[in-house]
Ligand binder design. Structure first.
Ligand SMILES: Nc1nc2c(ncn2[C@@H]2O[C@H](COP(=O)(O)OP(=O)(O)O)[C@@H](O)[C@H]2O)c(=O)[nH]1
Ligand SMILES: [Mg+2]
Length: 303
């Protein structure tokens, strides 16, 4: 957020790195993820019931760096980490790795929940890319801690979100909801007063049920361990340790990309095998055709 003091890692909208470390044992940590312009910052403000993150309509996102801010809900500390455009297909340069590094540093030892923010009725290919990027940045295990949050809930009018989710013909959205264990909720980020309180209560019910499912455990991975080590050393962003950390961030993301690709290939092979098993006759016929075709090809090529 412009005008706020920049911490060593991104921008802290409130508090300091040290405060955050002390609070981290008891506070609920949420990380906002999703494509630019879907309403991440506005959602962060709704959760904290105050305008801490800059949220505006524009060709480019207003959020330039990772930011964290804290609030309370029913006596419990909530820490929200807002993210810039690190979940887009074009996000590739060094700044992106710094942003990812910041996001880890601000959410150590790991978030309880990833809120995948998407605009109601506008789940596009960019959202699918964002989901893939989340897996690349945090690892595929992050999906077990994900809740889908639809913004622009007011567009439902008198309709219900459950009906919308059940009846959507958007295949990618359906499979995302399934992958997230049917955890979702809706926000009208323009809501105030009672309406704002009610929608927050609905989100917290989903979050608490997720926490029960994981027996209170938050999501973590090897990179969070490195982030915590760095944070405890309170190293500056220009130091050698920090550069080493950024190299680890890059290596982690590259590794997740490889794993995702390999999983994709093995999934395709599995599906082919399954299809062949259930269509043995047709598969045998296709294999014979392929062999005849290859034999003819070889005969034609060898004079
Ligand atoms: N009407 C409406 N507008 C919203 C809602 N959520 C976000 N917006 C608007 O969408 C625009 C982009 O939101 P922003 O939070 O900056 O998106 P970000 O780039 O994902 O952080 C802003 O103009 C917000 O006011 C919502 O629930 N209802
Ligand atoms: Mg934003």
């Amino acid at each position: 957020m412009e005008g706020l003091p920049r911490s060593t890692y991104g921008t802290m909208a409130k508090g300091s790195v040290e405060d955050n470390r002390i609070a981290s044992s008891s506070s609920l940590r949420l990380v906002l993820v999703g494509k630019s312009g879907c309403g991440k910052s506005a959602t962060g403000n709704s959760i904290l019931c105050q305008t801490v993150f800059e949220s505006k309509l524009g060709a480019q996102t207003m959020t330039r760096r990772c930011q964290e801010a804290t609030g309370t809900w029913n006596g419990r500390n909530i820490m929200v980490v807002d993210t810039p455009s690190i979940f887009e297909a074009k996000a590739k340069d060094q700044d992106m790795y710094e942003d990812i590094g910041d996001c880890y540093l601000l959410s150590v030892p790991g978030p309880h929940v990833f809120l995948l923010v998407t605009q109601l009725g506008r789940f596009t290919a960019q959202d699918t890319v964002a989901v893939r990027r989340v897996k690349e940045v945090f690892g595929v295990g992050a999906m077990r801690h994900m809740v889908v949050l639809f913004t622009h809930k007011e567009d439902l009018g008198d309709g219900s979100l459950d009906d919308y989710v059940v009846n959507t013909d958007n295949h990618s959205l359906r499979s995302l909801i399934q992958e997230c264990g049917r955890r979702y909720c809706g926000f009208n980020n323009r809501a105030t007063g009672e309406e704002q309180r009610e929608q927050l209560e609905e989100l917290m019910a989903v979050v608490e049920s997720l926490e029960r499912e994981h027996q209170g455990a938050y999501y973590t991975n090897n990179l969070y361990f490195d982030a915590q080590m760095l944070k405890e050393g309170m190293v500056s962003t220009t130091g050698l340790e920090y550069r080493r950390y950024l190299a680890k961030v890059k290596a982690y993301v590259e590794k997740q990309k490889r794993i995702l690709k390999e999983t994709q290939v093995s999934n395709v092979l599995l599906r082919v095998r399954k299809w062949m098993r259930s269509n043995i006759g047709l598969s045998a016929f296709l294999v014979i055709c392929l062999l005849i075709f290859l034999a003819l090809l070889i005969k034609l090529c060898i004079p």
